[in-house]
Design a protein around this ligand. Structure first.
Ligand code: NAP
Ligand code: FE
Length: 358
């Protein structure tokens, strides 16, 4: 058996302040990477700035990362980071800024390369150190080597080829207290998708499965609060954030499977939030999977059946009507991606994909 996840992880209240010295130890000047608003509103940006100031470490801020970050944004941030002479990255936010920080770290280290190198297996894999501070409870990007980017040249989203794990993850559920119901609902569905797609995956091992089941148990502790639209407490949010981090640890080993692969065309073409788009295909994926494995993941998450999960999805995310043209693009994405097909522990052909997606 094998498991590799080389991120130093701290999880606690006031985590950033408590680990200021370590946060500042990765270089001389940090490029802080955030979205436009949330890091300022939830206190995470101030915490990071105060920690760096307390250690007399310089910083510059790039706060223009959009949801589902594009390669164009990565290149703008790279130019800014180089002009500021930054030598390490701090990604604060949901998956978008954390993933962006990884790709920017790659492009800053390899400043003579063009953006094509992000997706070129043959290119060097060096990068500047990255620190991740998650503020949503979905992607687990703080513990994965993955960076998902929007490629406007080919009208879809795609993972960067190079594995870029953060050196340090500082995890504090207090940043989630200001998140809207929408952000919580969508990102908890992403975490659920990671846990399920990792457990029901041809590359799963006992290590990754134990991690996925632990994550599903944390997830189950807070799911009713979300279903009933109650205001989540710090502890409720912490459960979901831990589920998300465990989900990241699980997919760091296995990768995701068909629901994630199918989701990208949906998000690109309809702007459906990432977690909601993955959840759209989970019921169909479970229906094709081994009954025993399905029973194990559903039980761990507190669901009695696939129908029970489908109802939860409808009542939280809401099931949108998606045009068959777009779903055909989702199916095509998998048919042209043998690597993704192999992640499913059952034979995948067009018929199976149609049953899952349509
Ligand atoms: P996100 O795209 O990072 O952020 C979604 C929205 O939530 C933004 O409007 C953001 O505002 C807001 N937000 C973030 N934290 C908040 C908080 N604490 N309070 C209030 N609002 C907050 O969302 P995400 O679902 O976490 O990330 C999705 C991205 O991650 C996708 O590109 C997806 O493909 C990728 N992903 C990566 C991995 C991986 O392993 N690396 C896995 C799954 C998904 P601001 O823009 O103002 O910050
Ligand atoms: Fe995801």
């Amino acid at each position: 058996m094998f498991y590799y996840m080389p991120v130093k992880v701290y999880e606690e209240k006031d985590c950033v302040a408590k680990h200021a010295e370590e946060l500042a130890s990765f270089g001389r000047k940090a490029l802080i990477v955030t979205g436009a608003h949330s890091a300022k509103a939830n206190g995470s940006l101030d915490d990071v700035i105060n920690a760096l100031k307390s250690e007399k470490t310089e910083y510059a801020i790039f706060d223009k990362v959009e949801e589902n970050p594009s390669v164009e944004t990565i290149m703008r941030a790279r130019d800014f980071g180089l002009s500021e002479n930054a030598d390490f990255l701090i990604g604060i936010g949901g998956g978008s800024p954390m993933d962006a920080a990884k790709a920017i770290a790659y492009m800053m280290k390899n400043k003579d390369l063009t953006s094509e190198a992000l997706f070129d297996k043959g290119a060097v894999s060096d990068y500047l150190p990255v620190i991740a501070v998650p503020t949503t409870c979905g992607t687990g990007s703080e513990v994965t080597g993955v960076s998902v980017l929007t490629r406007n040249d080919i009208h879809t989203k795609m993972s960067m080829t190079h594995k870029i794990f953060p050196s340090l993850a500082l995890i504090d559920a207090k940043y989630l207290l200001t998140a809207s119901r929408n952000v919580i609902v969508n990102t908890t569905m992403d975490a659920f998708a990671h846990l399920v797609e990792s457990y029901i995956n041809s590359t799963a091992t006992e290590f990754s499965r134990d991690i996925a089941i632990t994550g599903l148990k944390y997830w189950s502790l807070s799911r009713e609060i979300i279903l009933n639209n109650e205001k989540p407490s710090y502890d409720n949010l912490r459960n979901m954030l831990l589920a998300s981090t465990y989900g990241g640890m699980a997919i760091a080993h296995t990768g995701t499977s068909l629901p994630h692969g199918l989701s990208y065309a949906l998000t690109y073409n309809t702007h459906m939030a990432h977690g909601k788009a993955c959840g759209y295909f989970i019921g169909g994926y479970l229906a094709e999977s081994d009954k025993e494995e399905v029973g194990t993941v559903l039980r761990a998450a507190g669901f009695s059946s696939i129908d029970d999960f489908n109802k939860y999805y409808e009542n939280t995310c809401g099931r949108d009507t998606v045009s068959s043209d777009i779903l055909e693009l989702s199916i095509k994405d998998i048919l042209t991606n043998p690597g993704k097909q192999k992640k499913a522990p059952f034979p995948v052909d067009e018929k199976v994909l149609r049953r899952i997606a349509l």
